[in-house]
Design a protein around this ligand. Structure first.
Ligand code: ADP
Ligand code: MG
Length: 328
């Protein structure tokens, strides 16, 4: 036996040993992070490896939350909100990148996606049933405009050109976290799995020869599904008006705001976006929610590789052109 041959034989022998002794299995974990349910499920040969990768994913979710949370005074985003109104602030590559992606989606959606929505959004407390009075809202509206967030790419610097600007990345950060975790799985050589943070998911590969199933909730019935989607290798994000809301005088106040009014967008009940990466599908689900079914689906139909399912204000389900063709 030549050396090359013996090496090959050894590799073959080791492969046989591994495949006969290892019990490949699904490993999963669910935790409460970023104010939502974070879930990961992966197909792995080895139990210790499976647990190690799951722990790495949960740690990454926590790290992203600690960077972009507006509830933590110590987060980089909170620092930006304190300082950037006073002048240029140096930020991490990661924050700069997410601000740049937000800007791209703002341009694409004519400002329906606008992280400065939070100049008004910060005065809502959905759990406590609180909303801003007219005067506060009027003042806050003056500080909503994504163009007030100035990005200096040469120096990774950011400043706000209006003193009352307040930004929140809640419409894009979960998708970003999911994409970061999908990159971990790719690095670990895991080819079948799913990762989700609230309504934002990545489906990696299939589920042992079958598609994964992702349900879109009926927006008005807590335990009912409106539709089940069989999916392989996709990013999928859902935004709904049932996630965080309160009702007052028969009006639903929920967490997706129209940047033009500082009030909740009400032409839609839920939006699901399918695409290649979760950062983009997350931002687009929020965007299409604000744009409403007509303008929203027009936008999606212009974007290659992106599809949408919208449940409109009357509860009617509408599909983007490619999905509508499939459904018929
Ligand atoms: P969630 O998974 O939290 O329901 P969504 O993708 O539905 O997230 O986005 C809702 C979140 O996006 C809100 O909680 C808020 O942080 C943020 N947001 C609300 N309105 C806008 C807007 N017009 N542009 C950008 N972000 C927004
Ligand atoms: Mg979203």
């Amino acid at each position: 036996m030549t050396l090359a041959n013996s090496t090959r034989f050894l590799v073959w022998l080791v492969t046989c040993l591994v495949t006969t002794t290892a019990a490949a299995e699904w490993y999963s974990d669910t935790q409460s992070i970023m104010g939502t349910r974070v879930h990961a499920e992966i197909w792995q040969e080895d139990a210790a490896e499976g647990q190690r990768v799951l722990a790495e994913i949960m740690a990454e979710m926590r790290r992203v939350d600690e960077t972009f949370s507006t509830f933590l005074d110590t987060s980089e985003l909170s620092r930006l909100n304190r300082q950037a109104g006073k002048g240029w602030m140096q930020v991490s590559d990661e924050l700069f990148d997410l601000l740049q992606k937000s800007r791209t989606v703002s341009d694409l959606t004519d400002g329906a996606f606008d992280i400065t929505y939070a100049s008004a959004g910060r005065y809502y407390d959905y759990r406590a049933g609180k909303r801003p009075d007219d005067e506060t809202l009027r003042g806050a509206l003056a500080a909503i405009n994504y163009r007030y967030v100035e990005l200096d790419a040469a120096n990774n610097r950011v400043r706000f050109t209006h003193p009352d600007v307040y930004v929140d990345l809640g419409g894009i950060a979960k998708g970003h976290a999911v994409d970061r975790c999908a990159a971990i799985l790719a690095r670990e050589g895991i080819t079948q799995g799913t990762i989700s943070a609230g309504g934002d998911s990545r489906i990696i590969g299939d589920r042992r020869g079958r598609p994964w199933t992702v349900g879109i909730r009926d927006p008005r019935r807590e335990d009912a599904m409106a539709v089940l989607l069989p999916l392989v290798d996709t990013a999928v994000s859902t935004s709904g008006d049932y996630e965080r809301f309160f009702e007052e005088g028969g009006v639903r106040y929920h967490h997706i705001l129209d940047p033009n009014t500082g009030d909740s967008a009400r032409a839609t009940r839920s939006v699901t976006i399918l695409g290649a990466d979760a950062t983009f599908t997350d931002a687009l689900s929020t965007s299409v929610f604000v744009l409403g079914p007509v303008e929203g689906l027009k936008l999606i139909n212009r974007l290659p590789g992106v599809d949408a399912i919208v449940i409109d204000g009357d509860g009617v389900m509408r599909y983007s052109a490619d999905l509508a063709r499939l459904a018929h």
